[in-house]
Design a protein around this ligand. Structure first.
Ligand SMILES: *[C@@H]1O[C@H](CO)[C@@H](O)[C@H](O)[C@H]1NC(C)=O
Ligand SMILES: *[C@@H]1O[C@H](CO)[C@@H](O)[C@H](O)[C@H]1NC(C)=O
Ligand SMILES: *[C@@H]1O[C@H](CO)[C@@H](O)[C@H](O)[C@H]1NC(C)=O
Ligand SMILES: *[C@@H]1O[C@H](CO)[C@@H](O)[C@H](O)[C@H]1NC(C)=O
Ligand SMILES: *[C@@H]1O[C@H](CO)[C@@H](O)[C@H](O)[C@H]1NC(C)=O
Ligand SMILES: CC(=O)N[C@H]1CO[C@H](CO)[C@@H](O)[C@@H]1O
Length: 379
């Protein structure tokens, strides 16, 4: 037992030993709400397949069957799952839920991969029209229109209850909280964990930090004086100890993923959060990162993914972003990159990032021994 367990690690290289999950963001379920003039309610509820869509099953096939990845982060919009007329909580829009569940079930039950459920809401609910800055911060007791921490816990209880029998889901509490008290973020994260566990769900949970959950700023004050994530995120309590930290890290000048040049090296910028993870006996998933369509970025993305593989604190990654609705848009990083959706083109009509960034920097780094079975977990 002991020897046969160790053998593959010896031959495939210790550097690959700890990455359990690897894959891609599937972005689209949150689309169609951004309004340049901030019109509240824009794109709600939206039309499935037109304003929003979750996955293209054919490209999920390509990622699983040809690329051999095992992890997809699938975005949803909380204002669509819980329409404003219902409020945030246990009452869902069953149409939207069914569309979302179809995508999750395809990835997990049909293809055997793991799916990270991502409410793409920046810890805000009630107005996604100018994400990431619109909407009331969940749990803001000074804002009578804000959803409460309790409602957020109820939302997660219901969502987890519906997936309780699916071992291959991972629960991502929320995308990129920012500009809020870190203490309140801790409370909301804890409410989500409590809601999920009280539903009987034992799958892996990912908890985000403040400051857009940036890895480089994990130990720094973010926003207008919000305490570092490192001061609070080690205080989370999961009764079954199956929660990891959710980190994002882009390689451009301001870590936003909007520029083509990679000038912020991953390894040195993640050094502090990696140390903090080790000191607190925590694991993490890098659920967003990316680089532009150029040789320097290919090298920097390659170095970042190799860094994750070489540090035991990191158990997985999903690069930003594939998804059925990107078209020629450039979700990351800078113009002329295009999305990671196979078969699409960039804004110049040239092959998109699946042919450039993925082929150069990701495909050579996809571990051979990813987790293929069992409940999503830290090990
Ligand atoms: C604001 O933009 C939305 C679409 O994003 C449009 O429906 C609406 O008419 C616009 N309102 C104004 C005042 O321009
Ligand atoms: C529920 O979602 C469907 C599909 O997007 C939409 O047609 C319907 O209007 C939504 N219902 C509510 C109450 O938002
Ligand atoms: C909470 O709500 C109050 C009142 O609307 C607002 O002034 C404050 O900025 C909000 N806090 C956050 C973190 O959004
Ligand atoms: C990392 O931590 C050291 C020591 O606390 C600090 O001096 C440095 O500024 C930190 N770096 C980042 C990127 O936060
Ligand atoms: C889905 O992906 C396949 C394979 O790349 C492509 O041929 C097809 O056009 C895509 N469908 C949609 C609706 O984007
Ligand atoms: C880096 C990047 O492209 N981030 C984008 C992720 O997608 C959301 C919308 O879903 C955008 O607001 C971000 O700019």
């Amino acid at each position: 037992m002991f020897l046969s367990y160790l053998t593959p690690y010896i031959f495939l290289g210790a550097a690959w030993a700890k990455i359990l999950y690897a894959g891609v963001n599937e972005s689209g379920g949150e689309f169609g709400v951004f309004s340049a003039n901030g019109t509240v309610g824009t794109g709600l509820p939206g039309r499935f397949g037109v304003d929003y869509a979750f996955i293209n099953k054919s490209t999920v096939d390509i990622f699983v069957d040809k690329e051999k990845v095992n992890f997809f982060r699938v975005t949803l919009l909380m204002e669509r799952m819980c329409p404003l007329s219902f409020g945030l909580g246990r009452k869902f829009n069953e149409t939207y839920f069914a569309e979302f569940a179809d995508a999750i079930n395809y990835i997990t039950l049909r293809k055997g991969a793991y799916a990270l459920i991502d409410p793409h809401n920046y810890m805000r609910y009630n107005d996604p029209s100018s994400q990431p800055f619109s909407g009331s911060v969940i749990g803001n007791t000074s804002d009578p229109t804000a959803a409460t921490t309790q409602q957020f816990g109820d939302f997660w209880h219901e969502l987890a209850r519906r997936f309780v029998l699916n071992p291959k889901v991972v629960f991502g509490i929320n995308n990129e909280p920012h500009d809020m008290p870190t203490e309140l973020l801790l409370k909301n994260n804890q409410a989500a964990i409590n809601g999920i566990r009280s539903a009987g769900a034992r799958q892996l949970i990912l908890a985000p930090g403040n400051g857009f959950t940036g890895g480089h700023s994990w130990t720094q004050v973010t926003g207008a004086g919000d305490a570092p994530s490192s001061d609070f995120l080690n205080k989370l309590f999961d009764p079954i100890r199956n929660t990891a930290i959710d980190v994002h890290e882009y390689l451009d000048i301001d870590f936003s993923g909007q520029h083509a040049e990679c000038t912020q090296p991953g390894p040195s910028n993640l050094a502090n959060v990696t140390t903090w993870l080790r000191e607190n006996h925590l694991k993490a998933v890098l659920s967003e990162f990316g680089g532009g369509n150029n040789e320097n970025c290919f090298q920097q993305v390659d170095e970042l993914v190799k860094y994750l593989a070489a540090n035991d604190e990191w158990i997985g990654w999903t690069i930003w972003a594939a998804g059925p609705l990107w078209g020629t848009a450039s979700p990351c990083c800078g113009p002329d990159t295009g999305s990671l959706e196979p078969g699409q083109v960039n804004d110049l009509g040239e092959p998109d990032a699946f042919t450039t960034v993925w082929a150069n920097a990701i495909r050579p780094n996809i571990p051979k021994n990813l987790k293929r079975s069992g409940i999503s977990s830290l090990h």
